[in-house]
Design a protein around this ligand. Structure first.
Ligand code: HEC
Ligand code: HEC
Ligand code: HEC
Ligand code: HEC
Ligand code: HEC
Length: 221
């Protein structure tokens, strides 16, 4: 009997030894990743999609239908916050389009009752950090640079970790990221070979104030 079982017991022993080593290795990797979070880009809510009360798809509205970001987020160009559109903005189309869609029921209810849709936040910088959209967007910094390919996201997630080190990477060398103003709403932009040269030129041209951008008091006021 024992002779029959022997080979398979050996295999089991080998497998459990191997998986033991694998699990230990995985555990160690996870500890390292947690502690070095800013270095390996798992900070904040990066990469996590949020389950919203309505399945609103950016890849449909902006990717396929080509609706510009600022149709719904005009304050990202004009003000401090990106802002979430109200029900009227949705109904400007959906009073006529997909009017019987079940997915749009909460939009119609909100329109009828005047109760806003309770969208959940995806991005949430600490309150003690000051950020302003318009100063970036109006100087040639694109939605895509900070938010990634939103035009391809069925549900929005935070594309960048938005830790201090991420802000500073650009505040130290904005010439690496700046684009011609006409490209600020472009997705899938390919940066030119002479990005640095062009970048420095655009900084001049747009009067970008790149002095003292790493001073603590700029963001911590
Ligand atoms: C038709 C309206 C509409 C258009 C066009 C649109 N959005 Fe949105 N956006 C929304 C709504 C509604 C939400 C809130 C629900 C969600 O997070 O999906 C949102 C959420 C977001 C968020 C996350 C907000 C948070 O809570 O942190 C970002 C970032 C964003 N949009 C960027 C963009 C960008 C970039 C574009 C252009 C590619 C764009 N949006 C186009 C309606 C729109
Ligand atoms: C500029 C026009 C426009 C605006 C503004 C707009 N949508 Fe749409 N939406 C469309 C079109 C077009 C479709 C595709 C309809 C279809 O497939 O029949 C669509 C589809 C949808 C669908 C999928 C419906 C289904 O049954 O498949 C949802 C959900 C939706 N929109 C939610 C929203 C919300 C929420 C807002 C406001 C934040 C919004 N839309 C703003 C044009 C718009
Ligand atoms: C320089 C980087 C940067 C650029 C460029 C940028 N954003 Fe943002 N965006 C952020 C940060 C950081 C937050 C989080 C702000 C917070 O939580 O207080 C944010 C948050 C948002 C939000 C959530 C609402 C809010 O304000 O908290 C929306 C919507 C949004 N951005 C849309 C856009 C759109 C549309 C564009 C292009 C027109 C754009 N953003 C360009 C960095 C950027
Ligand atoms: C891709 C480049 C880029 C990124 C990323 C970026 N910034 Fe900026 N930011 C700039 C540039 C360039 C300016 C100077 C614009 C000007 O004043 O002409 C600026 C200016 C500012 C200002 C000054 C605004 C004012 O009213 O004077 C604040 C505050 C700021 N950024 C905060 C942040 C924070 C916080 C983050 C990260 C969450 C961030 N920025 C990420 C490029 C960037
Ligand atoms: C370009 C904007 C910007 C500048 C300049 C800046 N910070 Fe920050 N700081 C941030 C952001 C963004 C966070 C992360 C907030 C969060 O977790 O949501 C942060 C977080 C912090 C934290 C909390 C710990 C951490 O790393 O999350 C401390 C402490 C801090 N900053 C100190 C400073 C000091 C000191 C300076 C000047 C040498 C400075 N900051 C300059 C944007 C900035």
């Amino acid at each position: 009997m024992s002779q029959i079982f022997k080979p398979s017991i050996n295999t089991i022993a080998r497998i459990s030894l191997l998986s033991g080593i694998l699990i230990a290795g995985l555990g160690l990797t996870m500890i390292v990743l947690r502690n070095w979070a800013p270095l390996v880009y798992v900070g904040g809510n990066a990469g996590i999609a949020v389950e919203q009360p309505i399945r609103f798809s950016h890849s449909l509205h902006s990717g396929q239908l080509n609706i510009e970001c600022v149709y719904c987020h005009i304050s990202a160009e004009q003000g401090a916050y990106g802002g979430i559109p109200d029900t009227h903005t949705c109904m400007s189309c959906h009073s006529g389009i997909a009017t019987y869609s079940e997915l749009l029921e909460p939009v119609r209810t909100s329109y009828a009752t005047g109760e806003p849709v309770e969208w959940l936040k995806v991005h949430d910088l600490a309150d003690w950090v000051y950020f302003n959209h318009s100063v970036h967007v109006q100087n040639g910094f694109a939605c895509e640079t900070c938010h990634g390919r939103v035009d391809q996201m069925p549900q929005v997630w935070q594309a960048e970790n938005m830790l201090m080190s991420w802000c500073l990477e650009c505040h130290r060398e904005p010439e690496r990221f700046i684009r011609p103003i006409s490209e600020r709403y472009t997705f899938g932009y390919e940066e030119p070979d002479n990005q640095i040269e062009l970048g420095l030129q655009l900084i001049e041209e747009y009067h970008v104030d790149n002095e003292g951008l790493t001073n603590c008091s700029i963001c911590h006021r």
